[in-house]
Design a protein around this ligand. Structure first.
Ligand SMILES: C[S@@+](CC[C@H](N)C(=O)[O-])C[C@H]1O[C@@H](n2cnc3c(N)ncnc32)[C@H](O)[C@@H]1O
Length: 340
C-alpha cells in the first residue's frame, strides 16, 4: 500500500498524460493479479480497480491528476463530520447506508439476539441505519420506548452506549433478556430503566450512568391505539383521544429536549391510522408536536412494511374493504429526522 501511495503521489508531478496512463495500466494489472478480493485491509480490490478505470477514462491531464489525487487522499486521509464515522474520502464504499427518503427494507435482521417475537417492534435495520448516520462510537443513545430492546442490541453491535426506558415490567424483562444475549465486543454500557417517559427524571438517570448529555434520541411510540400494549393508564396506547396521545407524546419531547447535545439528532418512527372511515395522519401530527418545540425537520422517510401478523390472515378481507371503501391499505410508516 505504501508503494502505491508513493507512486500515486509521483504521478501527479508528471506532465505527459500517456506516461501517467501507462503507469496506471501497470498498477491496474498488478492489482488484477493480486490474490483474493482485497488488496489489503484499507481498500477492496473492486474499488481500487474501479478507481483505476475512472482515471484511465479521463481525457485531460488535469482531470487525470484530480482523480489520482482523490485516490491518494482516500488511501491516506480520513475525513469525517462531527456526527458519525463515515469516511467522506471513501464515501463510495458505503453502499449499504441509505441516503434516499424511500426505504424498502427486505427481510427483518434476525441475527444475534434479534428476533421478531415482540408484537410492535421495529426491524433492527432502522436503528442500524440511524446509528451509523447520526452517531459515533462511544456516543450515548436514548430510546424512550425501548420495547423488546432492538435499539440497545444495535448499540452493542456498533459500539454505542445506550439508555432505554420502558413502562411495562414484563417488557423490561424481555428487553433485558434479549440485550444480554447479544455480545458486547466494544464493552459499551447499556442501561435499561423501567419507567414512564412522560415523567421520569432523565437528568438523574443520566447522572447515575455518569453522563450529562446524549448524542442521539430515538422514539418509537405506540401508534396511538393501533396496538394496545397494556392496560396501564400511562401507556400511550391507552390515550383516550388523539389530543391526549399527542399531549403525552409532547411531554416526552419536553422531558428529553435538554438532554440532547446541540446540533445532534432525534428520530421518530411512527405510522398513521385509520378510524371510522377516515385516514388519521398521526405521523404528521406527531411531527408537528416536535417542530413546535424548536427542532428542525431534516427528513421525512417513508419506510415500507409487510403485513403485520394479524393482518396477514385477513389480507383478502382488507383488499375487499379497500376496493369497496375507497381507501388504500397501509404499507408504510414514517421516520422523521430532526436536528436540535
Ligand atoms: C412501538 S413499541 C417500541 C418497540 C421497540 N422499538 C422494539 O423494537 O421492540 C412502544 C413501546 O412503548 C412502551 N410505552 C408506552 N407508553 C410508554 C411510556 N409512557 N413510557 C415508556 N414506555 C412506554 C410500550 O409498552 C411499548 O413497549
Amino acid at each position: 500500500m505504501k508503494l502505491l501511495i508513493k507512486k500515486l503521489s509521483k504521478l501527479q508531478k508528471i506532465d505527459s498524460l500517456d506516461l501517467i496512463k501507462n503507469e496506471i495500466e501497470s498498477l491496474k494489472s498488478k492489482a488484477l493479479k493480486s490474490i483474493g478480493n482485497s488488496t489489503d485491509i484499507f481498500i477492496t480490490k473492486e474499488k481500487l480497480l474501479s478507481d483505476f478505470d475512472q482515471i484511465l477514462s479521463t481525457k485531460t491531464t488535469a482531470r487525470t491528476k484530480y482523480y489520482i489525487s482523490r485516490l491518494e487522499k482516500s488511501l491516506t486521509k480520513i475525513k469525517t463530520n462531527k456526527i458519525n464515522e463515515i469516511n467522506l474520502n471513501r464515501w463510495k464504499e458505503y453502499d449499504d447506508i441509505i441516503t434516499d427518503s424511500l426505504w424498502i427494507i427486505g427481510k427483518r435482521d434476525k441475527t444475534g439476539a434479534h428476533n421478531g417475537a415482540y408484537w410492535g417492534n421495529f426491524v433492527p435495520q432502522i436503528p442500524n441505519q440511524l446509528l451509523r448516520r447520526f452517531t459515533k462510537k462511544n456516543d450515548w443513545i436514548l430510546d424512550t420506548f425501548l420495547g423488546s430492546g432492538t435499539t440497545l442490541i444495535e448499540c452493542k453491535r456498533l459500539g454505542r452506549n445506550g439508555i432505554g426506558v420502558e413502562l411495562l415490567s414484563n417488557v423490561v424483562k424481555l428487553a433485558k433478556e434479549n440485550i444480554d444475549r447479544e455480545d458486547n465486543p466494544y464493552k459499551v454500557k447499556t442501561e435499561i430503566i423501567k419507567g414512564d417517559s412522560t415523567k421520569i427524571d432523565f437528568k438523574n438517570e443520566l447522572n447515575k450512568a455518569g453522563v450529562k448529555n446524549v448524542q442521539f434520541i430515538i422514539m418509537h411510540p405506540p401508534y396511538w391505539d393501533i396496538i394496545k400494549f397494556s392496560k396501564n393508564k400511562n401507556d400511550l396506547s391507552n390515550s383516550k383521544t388523539m389530543e391526549g396521545f399527542l399531549k403525552s407524546f409532547g411531554k416526552i419531547i419536553d422531558n428529553t429536549y435538554s438532554l440532547l447535545q446541540n446540533g445532534r439528532y432525534l428520530a421518530i418512527v411512527i405510522g398513521d391510522k385509520y378510524s371510522s372511515g377516515e385516514w388519521i395522519p398521526l405521523g404528521f401530527y406527531t411531527m408537528q408536536e416536535v417542530m413546535k418545540r424548536g427542532y428542525k425537520l431534516k427528513s421525512t422517510i417513508v419506510k415500507n412494511f409487510d403485513e403485520t401478523k394479524g393482518k396477514m390472515k385477513q389480507k383478502e378481507l382488507w383488499r375487499y374493504r379497500a376496493l369497496a371503501g375507497g381507501f388504500y391499505i397501509f404499507k408504510h410508516e414514517y421516520i422523521f429526522i430532526f436536528q436540535k
